[in-house]
Design a protein around this ligand. Structure first.
Ligand code: HAM
Length: 419
């Protein structure tokens, strides 16, 4: 146990972590361009936030939450997603008093106790955005366009954007009744979970992973059959904006998403390159959630992208990420007499913005040169006692395979100029 990480978690090691840094930088840049500010909320929240926010009949709340009682006897849960926490922060900090809409983004770990497999983990990472305070269909189109923009800048190809409208509290009762009528003859054959969902939330049956339930749900009525005029015109307007910017989508009237808070627009981005876990991002509108969480009636919309799945898709599609480079300078020393001087030079170089490294294992000069090569250092500064006394050092350009003497006082400008 001591040397094994918990199932469904990952170590992100040097070599791999640069890809994560790249994604963080890229998403941060896109957020600046679209006017989204970062929000950081706690990794754990009161359990009630998620049971209420995400919904009692969802897989997440029914089977996947990391919930525990803390030492003060309170039930807390590691966040399974970021929307509920962002809503809680918005309400708690009275951000509705600020000019709306407010646009947030977050990036960080989420926790779901699911069966791990490629692309599905118990600790995974999401980049997400949330917009509060606008019901304008142009905002729906903006968040969708933003997600697609991010995938495009990463270089991902062959993605499918699935789009649906899941209606609002005005259309839901009609759908609920139609679904119950439809599923009634099959009730005994549905999985035990869905038998419970039949009364509490029959729409959830359409999202069940069991093959049997999927088969029975094949011809079930869908939200698009029952949209009220307001939801219908909202949906048309969203499609119009997407058409305007040339974003293609597939209308998928079976798309209900795995969380209960959605109203109107729901979308998911799929890839066929990572097997069963094909959703690399999803989101939608949630016009009732802020009120449900104790705030004033405020519309909201957002999405979250799964970073592990993005990286997996990128790998399968052969996308090469910028890799970390070796240090600009490696300082090799000859003789112990220059150790202190070398250390001083090392610090000086770093303080001048030059990435620099030295040997800490008392290697021979030959071994130091070999090590510098392994680190992929661009230059090696060879510091010997005799040269040092003359006020010079030998600088070897590892790329060109040439070396020359450079005055100690000129080293920084030499490296900056050549490197
Ligand atoms: P979600 O669809 O549950 O939505 O998750 C979003 C994305 O997170 C998925 O498309 C997937 O890429 C990734 N993901 C989910 N579960 C796992 C897992 N176990 N392992 C690896 N990746 C996973 C939400 O979480 C909503 N909060 C999105 C949203 C924001 N809706 C409105 N605003």
């Amino acid at each position: 146990m001591l040397t094994t990480r918990p199932r469904g978690t990952n170590d992100i090691l040097p070599g791999e972590v640069e890809k994560w840094q790249f994604l963080q930088q890229l998403t941060g840049q896109v957020c600046r361009e679209y006017g989204y500010g970062e929000i950081r909320t706690p990794i754990f929240e009161h359990t009630e936030l998620f049971t209420r926010g995400v919904g009692e009949t969802t897989d997440i709340v029914e089977k996947e939450m990391y919930t525990f009682t803390d030492r003060g006897d309170r039930s807390v849960t590691l966040r399974p997603e970021g929307t509920a926490s962002t809503v809680r922060a918005y309400v708690e900090n009275k951000l509705h008093a600020l000019p709306q809409p407010l646009k947030f983004y977050y990036i960080g770990p989420m926790f779901r106790y699911d069966r791990p497999q490629a692309g599905r983990y118990r600790q995974f990472h999401q980049f997400g955005v949330e917009v509060f305070g606008s019901n304008d269909p142009a905002i729906d189109a903006e968040v969708i366009a933003m997600a697609m923009d991010i995938y495009q800048r990463i270089g991902l190809k062959k993605l499918e954007l699935h789009l649906n409208s899941v209606g609002c509290p005005a259309c839901r009762p009609v759908l609920r009744q139609k679904l119950q009528e439809y599923f009634k003859p099959h009730l005994e054959n549905l999985c035990p979970n869905c038998q419970g969902r039949y009364e509490r939330n029959p729409l959830r049956i359409l999202d069940c992973k069991s093959e049997k339930c999927q088969e029975f749900g094949k011809d079930a009525p869908t939200t698009l059959d029952v949209l009220c005029p307001d939801c219908s015109s909202h949906f048309e307007a969203v499609k119009g904006y997407l058409d305007e910017v040339g974003i293609s989508y597939t209308i998928n009237n079976r798309l209900v998403r795995g969380l209960d808070y959605y109203t109107r627009t729901a979308f998911e981005i799929m890839t066929r390159d990572i097997g069963a876990q094909s959703s690399i991002g999803g989101g939608g509108r949630y016009n009732g959630l802020i009120e449900e969480c104790g705030g004033p009636a405020t519309p909201g919309i957002g999405f979250a992208l799964g970073l592990e799945r993005i990286l997996l898709t990128a790998e399968r599609q052969g996308i090469v990420f910028p890799v970390s480079r070796g240090p600009q300078v490696f300082i090799a020393t000859v003789g112990s007499g220059v150790a202190r001087k070398a250390f001083g030079l090392l610090q000086n170089l770093r303080q001048q913005g030059i990435t620099a490294e030295q040997d800490y294992l008392d290697r021979s000069l030959k071994a130091q040169m070999k090590y510098a090569g392994k680190l992929a250092a661009r230059f090696v500064i060879i510091l010997g006692e005799e040269e040092f006394d003359r006020g010079v050092a030998v600088v070897r350009d590892m790329q060109a395979g040439e070396q020359q003497e450079v005055a100690l006082g000129e080293l920084v400008s030499f490296i900056k100029h050549k490197g």
